[in-house]
Design a binder for this molecule. Structure first.
Ligand SMILES: [Zn+2]
Length: 379
């Protein structure tokens, strides 16, 4: 059997709008739909690469902005690349740094050339250009690099949205020209706020570059859940069916199911690990605050439907104790479990799509979850 070419995306089944695919990357294949745990600073906080392998994480995300500032390119390159540096041999995606820089607001200056900013660590000055963020991600040896984009905060004026689309397309063209490493795939990021015409224009300008994958950016930034999914669904429909689609910053049970239903394949969010550190447990029946007094003598697992190590061996009472006593094992076990819930959900979604029962599966999941789950927040 001939191995599929690097970067190929085989769409193996569809059910309703949901897609089941296989993405071939330099460090392995990724079965989609897939949730990517976030390892901001070359670590998924509190978890070892062994934990992530045991959880079934297929690909993780790391942040260009944070790694650029600390430990910096040379330290990682001299270690033999990001995989060797952090001891993770499966695929890695890095973001372009754009989203983080735009979160800095007063600390940045934007022009067609790129974006100048000051480090949040020591105030030192840096510049991201389309060319240098591609070179940085390629030097790290990651499997998927993201093009530098301009994200606007919502609500935004149509002038602000048009300008972000224009500059995002210009930068994506320069990123595409700057590519220099076959084993690092470059994905473009569609912008356009909540405006369908702007989304369509952004998608068309990026699709013209024939990139191996596309992300839907600029969502989860202040709009309502309904606006977010209307935009994600519309934008997904503007993208080629034979390329993977990635929705950035989505990571609750309900949001992942909704996003798969929009025809999206890849997701990332700090939500499960951030919640894990603060005592919020994700369950298929909704989130719960483990410090709550009702759990002090609750000798049931965090989520009776979860197959993870924590749910097989520990009770809500024990987790509640660990958090109340400020024990470091608490955040570690809860982060592990929260990721397990989302990774198991993705595996079940893949099976449901293969069997052609996506719609009934998704309705079963969302009807179980309590309404009003917390909004998403990206790092
Ligand atoms: Zn669990």
């Amino acid at each position: 059997m001939i191995a599929p070419p690097l970067g190929s995306f085989a769409l193996r089944a569809t059910s309703g709008n949901a897609r089941r695919g296989t993405l071939t990357l330099a460090h392995g294949t990724v079965e989609t739909p897939c949730f990517m745990p976030v390892g901001t600073a070359a670590t998924v906080k509190g978890l070892t690469p062994g934990d992530l392998t045991e959880l079934g994480a297929q690909i993780i995300l790391a942040n260009t902005y944070h790694l650029w500032l600390r430990p910096g390119r040379e330290v990682i390159v001299d270690a033999g690349g990001l995989h060797a540096f952090m001891g993770w041999d499966r695929p890695i995606l890095t973001d372009s740094g754009g989203f983080q820089v735009f979160s800095l607001e007063s600390r940045r200056i934007l022009s067609d050339a790129g974006v100048r900013f000051r480090s949040h660590l020591d105030g030192s000055e840096h510049e991201f250009t389309p060319e240098n963020v591609v070179a940085f991600q390629e030097a790290l040896g990651v499997d998927i690099a993201m093009a530098l984009d301009v994200c606007v905060k919502l609500p935004a004026t149509s002038e602000e949205i048009d300008e972000s689309v224009r500059r995002t397309s210009l930068w994506a063209q320069r990123c595409a020209r700057a590519r220099n490493r076959e084993t690092t795939l470059l994905f473009g990021i569609v912008q356009g706020g909540l405006d369908h015409e702007a989304r369509q224009r952004s998608a068309q300008e990026l699709v013209a570059l024939d990139l191996p994958g596309y992300a839907i950016g600029g969502l989860s930034v202040g709009e309502t859940r309904e606006e977010m999914y209307a935009t994600a669904r519309f934008t997904a429909g503007q993208l080629p069916p034979d390329k993977p689609r990635y929705l950035m910053g989505v990571g609750t049970v309900r949001d992942l199911v909704s996003a798969i239903d929009c025809g999206i394949d890849l997701f990332d969010c700090v939500y499960p690990t951030r919640c894990g550190r603060t005592g919020r447990a994700i369950t298929r029946a909704g989130d719960l605050s483990i410090r709550n007094a009702t759990f002090v003598r609750d000798y049931t697992p965090l989520d009776p439907t979860c197959h993870c190590f924590v749910c097989q061996n520990h009770t809500r009472a024990y987790l509640s104790h660990l958090f109340r006593a400020d024990e470091m094992l608490g955040p570690r076990l809860l982060s592990y479990h929260n990721l397990a819930v989302l990774i198991q959900l993705m595996a079940e979604a893949r099976t449901a799509i293969e069997r052609g029962v996506w719609v009934s599966f998704s309705e079963g999941v969302t009807n179980r979850e309590a309404p009003g789950a917390a909004p998403n927040t990206e790092a």
